[in-house]
Structure formats: C-alpha cells, structure tokens
Design a protein around this ligand. Sequence first.
Ligand code: IMP
Ligand code: MG
Length: 177
Amino acid sequence: MHQAVEKILVTHEQISKRCVELGALINKDYKGETIILVGLLKGSVPFIAELMKHMDIECEIDFMDVSSYHGTTTSGDIRIIKDLECSVKDRHVLICEDIIDSGKTLQAVTQMLISKSAKSVKVVSLLDKPEGRVVDIQADYVGFVIPNEFVIGFGLDYDELYRNLPYVGVLKPSYYQ
Ligand code: IMP
Ligand code: MG
C-alpha cells in the first residue's frame, strides 16, 4: 500500500468486477442505440478505459475537462478547460465521472449538454459520496457508494498526484493538514 494511503476502500479486483456489471447494465439500457461516452478529464481516465471494454453497444468516445477542484474542498466555480470535439445534438450522451461529491460539476456539465440539444444525458460514476451533495443530482449508474472521506487512486488525485494507484484509498490526513 502507498504511504499516502490510510486504508484501501475499493480494491482493483472490486473495480474490475463492478465494471463488468455496469457494462452489462449499460448494454441492456442502450440496446440498439449509438452513444457518445464522455469522459471528464482527468479523473475518469482509468475508469472509462476499464468500463468501455465491457460495452458492446456502438459508442464514440470524447473528453471534456471542467475541473475546478483545488485541495480537498469543492470551490463551486466550474471552468471549461477543454470542450468536446463532437456535436452532441440529437445524440445519446453518457457522462463518465470519477466521483460525485457536491454534484456541482455534474449538474453544470449535464445542463450544458442538454442546452446543446443532446437527445439524452445520463451519468455513470465510479464513486458516489452522497453525504457531500449540495445540489439535487444523482448518477444513473454508480460503481461504489463511499463515506465522506477524501479518496485517491484509480484516477482520483490530491493536487494531481496518486491518480495511478490501482485501487481507491483514503488519503492520510497528514498529507493535507
Ligand atoms: P463535485 O462537483 O463536488 O461533485 O466534485 C466532483 C469532482 O471533485 C470530481 O470529479 C473530483 O475531481 C473531485 N473530487 C471530489 N471528491 C474527491 C475526492 O475524495 N478525491 C479526489 N477528488 C475528489
Ligand atoms: Mg474530476
């Protein structure tokens, strides 16, 4: 275990197994449709890579970067750093996110895609921290519900580090205190 990790919350094996299940649900719900799978950079990268292996529907991949997260609390202001390359007009969009905390990121992105006339907008998130929610939004597909702790690994960072850990773990408080 990495020295910055207090405890492992979700193992690599659990993530792999859950991605098979999520893929099956997504395949069933979108049967016969073509979708755009939109990864929110950078945290969703390992998750989208694992999940898409288990999706057998027709699917384009695109990425957006809307991150505005500094340190360990959500600032609330969302900036578009990188926009989509494809048009979402009349397309089914499935947003792929690493974690939903306050829900502000997802609410902003969802509203933006709806305003660009997407046919539908759904969300798949590896992790959900429901205790952190300040806006009324939830994912359509969730990998794991976790307690209100700051986690790192499998895409999730603390000041851009630890995204490469193969599991999700709680960051030792001594690393940000
Ligand atoms: P929200 O807008 O508060 O829902 O925040 C979502 C974004 O905040 C995620 O995409 C992450 O980048 C970041 N985030 C929220 N909680 C954590 C955490 O525990 N560890 C690392 N990043 C987090
Ligand atoms: Mg993020």
